[in-house]
Design a protein around this ligand. Structure first.
Ligand SMILES: CCS(=O)(=O)c1ccc(CC(=O)Nc2ccc(-c3ccc(CC(C)C)c(C#N)c3)c(C(F)(F)F)c2)cc1
Length: 246
């Protein structure tokens, strides 16, 4: 592909990213000191396990919906067969949500944007998943420290999604072809920003992403054993489709 073609791909992915994030970086920046009061934190901590899980599942599904929209706008994604589009989203959407979380992390007070304000890990106590929450916060903190630009974030998240090694793919070669262009787009952007060293650091973070998603699925299995009806009747259908083992 010509460098013009790669430029076009970068531009289109960056536009798709901007169109599919609920908050602009400057909006998140302006909100960064809007933290929950002690009373508000106490109210979250007083929720029952199943209530808090349901609340978070809804919030997570909102963020995932934007990632589904982002995927559909990545050049070449819609040309993949339906099965492969779903397989890539099933295995990659949570990873993209977690990467995007780094844009809404405040490293100065270790808080993340949730439900309209910035929350620390203690707010999620009633989930009974402190290890998962701690790992999600650590990941967001580390990635936030890399200070990715929106363009770098956009192309990196496209690369996280377009992965030919995912399970249950029918046409791997086709996925690899689409991935090739996204890889070139990321190298092009990092070269232009004179930050080639970031590529290695970003690839180093991918295994942590996988372990985070595996931990999330493990916790969901644990929760579903305790509260089958909550998952069955109160969890968003998309959440169950993407993260439920059925
Ligand atoms: C993403 C694009 S954006 O426009 O920048 C944007 C768009 C939306 C938001 C707000 C937002 O959705 N924050 C949020 C959502 C869910 C969760 C969360 C809650 C619980 C769990 C545990 C599990 C048992 C359900 C997990 C996990 N794993 C994740 C979190 C945070 F991780 F902090 F707890 C924050 C922030 C920026």
């Amino acid at each position: 592909p010509t460098s013009l073609h790669i430029e076009e791909i970068s531009t289109s992915i960056v536009r798709s990213h901007r169109e599919t994030t609920q908050y602009r970086p400057e909006e998140l920046q302006a909100l960064r000191w809007k933290v929950f009061s002690r009373e508000e934190i106490h109210a979250y901590q007083s929720k029952s396990v199943d209530e808090m899980w349901q609340h978070c599942a809804v919030r997570l599904t909102d963020a995932v919906q934007y990632v589904v929209e982002f995927a559909k706008r990545i050049p070449g994604f819609r040309q993949l067969c339906q099965n492969d589009q779903i397989a890539l989203l099933k295995s990659g959407s949570m990873e993209v949500v977690l990467v995007r979380m780094s844009r809404m992390f405040n490293t100065e007070n270790n808080t993340v944007f949730f439900d309209g304000k910035f929350a620390g890990t203690e707010l999620f106590k009633s989930l009974a998943c402190s290890d998962l929450i701690a790992a999600v916060f650590d990941f967001a903190h580390n990635l936030c420290a890399l200070r990715l630009t929106e363009q770098q974030m956009a192309v990196f998240t496209a690369l996280v999604l377009i992965n030919a090694d995912r399970p249950c793919l029918e046409d791997r070669e086709r996925v690899q072809k689409v991935r090739r262009d996204v890889e070139l787009a990321l190298s092009h952007i990092l070269h232009r920003d004179n930050q080639e060293s970031l590529l290695h650091k970003l690839y180093q973070r991918v295994p942590v992403l996988k372990s985070l998603c595996a931990l999330h699925i493990e916790k969901l299995r644990w929760f579903r054993q305790l509260y089958p009806l909550t998952v069955h009747s109160l969890f968003p259908p998309l959440y169950k489709e993407l993260f439920g083992s059925d």
